[in-house]
Design a protein around this ligand. Structure first.
Ligand SMILES: [Zn+2]
Length: 263
C-alpha cells in the first residue's frame, strides 16, 4: 500500500516524496483551474473570486495610531484607543491589512495548512500597503519565528513567507536569524488574554549570532494573525532587550475586537 509505505519513510526520503508531490502539484495546477481559497469555486488567475473579494474587510483610517485598531467613528488625528492607553504594548505601532473574519481566516489557513504558498505575494502586497508608513522608516523585517519542532512538522513558516513577499514589495531586507522561539509554546487558541501573555513569556530570544542584525536598528515584525497581541509583544520585548532602536508590527489580519472574538 503506497500510503502506508509513505508514513514509514525515514525523514530524508519523506522530504524527497514531498518534493515529488509538490512537483506533481505544479503539473496538475497547469491542467486544473485554481480554486478560490475561501469558497473553493474555480477562479481565473490566482487569489479570491470576485464575490469573496468584495466581502474582504480592509482596515483603513480612522484607527488607533498605536495599535491600529479601527475606530467606529473618527475621534480626530492622533487619538489613541483606550487599550493603547490602559495597557501599552512593548512595540511602537501595529498595522494590519484586513480584519480577521471568515474570508481572511480562509486565506490564512490556506497559506498555513493548505500549502497555498502562491497566495503569499498577494497577501504581502496588502500588508505592504497597510504598513507603507512603517516600512518607509524600517531597517529590516523580522518574521515571527516558529519553534524548530513545529517548523519541522509544517515544513515552512507562514510568517517568513509573508515577510519575503513584503520584502520583495518594499525593498526592506529580512533580518534572518535575528529572533528564535526557544520555548515550544502551546497553541494560543482558546486561551484568555492573560494566559496568552503567560504562554509566550520567555518564548523568544535574540541569539548571539543575531545580535548584530538587531542592535540599534528599526525593525518591523511580520505575522499572519494578531489576536491579543501577546505573541508580537513577546517578540518585541526580546528585540528591545537586545538593543533594537524600535519595533513596529505588521500583520495580515487582526481581530478588530480582541476582547470579544477568538480564533
Ligand atoms: Zn470565493
Amino acid at each position: 500500500m503506497p500510503a502506508s509505505i509513505g508514513i514509514a519513510f525515514p525523514p530524508r526520503l519523506k522530504r524527497a516524496t514531498d518534493a515529488l508531490r509538490a512537483a506533481l502539484r505544479v503539473t496538475l495546477d497547469l491542467a486544473l483551474p485554481p480554486l478560490c481559497p475561501a469558497c473553493r469555486e474555480p477562479v481565473e488567475g490566482r487569489g479570491l473570486c470576485p464575490a469573496c473579494w468584495s466581502k474582504l474587510s480592509f482596515i483603513t483610517r480612522p484607527y488607533c495610531e498605536r495599535l491600529g485598531i479601527p475606530f467606529v467613528y473618527d475621534p480626530g488625528p492622533g487619538i489613541l484607543s483606550m487599550e493603547a492607553i490602559a495597557d501599552p504594548p512593548a512595540y511602537r505601532r501595529a498595522r494590519a491589512a484586513v480584519r480577521f473574519d471568515d474570508i481572511s481566516r480562509a486565506l490564512v489557513h490556506a497559506l498555513k495548512y493548505g500549502d497555498r504558498l502562491d497566495l503569499a505575494p498577494m497577501m504581502g502586497r496588502w500588508i505592504s500597503h497597510a504598513g507603507r508608513e512603517l516600512l518607509a522608516e524600517a531597517d529590516a523585517l523580522v518574521p515571527v519565528p516558529l519553534h524548530w519542532r513545529r517548523l519541522w512538522a509544517r515544513r515552512f513558516n507562514q510568517s517568513a513567507m509573508l515577510a519575503a513577499a513584503v520584502s520583495a514589495q518594499s525593498g526592506v531586507p529580512i533580518a534572518g536569524g535575528a529572533l528564535k522561539r526557544v520555548k515550544p509554546t502551546a497553541q494560543q487558541v482558546g486561551l484568555s488574554r492573560s494566559e496568552r501573555a503567560q504562554n509566550v513569556q520567555g518564548a523568544f530570544r535574540v541569539p548571539e549570532e543575531g545580535k548584530a542584525a538587531v542592535a540599534g536598528r528599526r525593525l518591523v515584525l511580520i505575522d499572519d494573525v494578531l489576536t491579543s497581541g501577546a505573541t508580537v509583544d513577546g517578540c518585541a520585548r526580546a528585540l528591545l532587550r537586545a538593543g533594537a532602536a524600535n519595533v513596529d508590527v505588521l500583520i495580515f489580519a487582526r481581530v478588530a475586537d480582541p476582547v470579544r472574538t477568538s480564533i
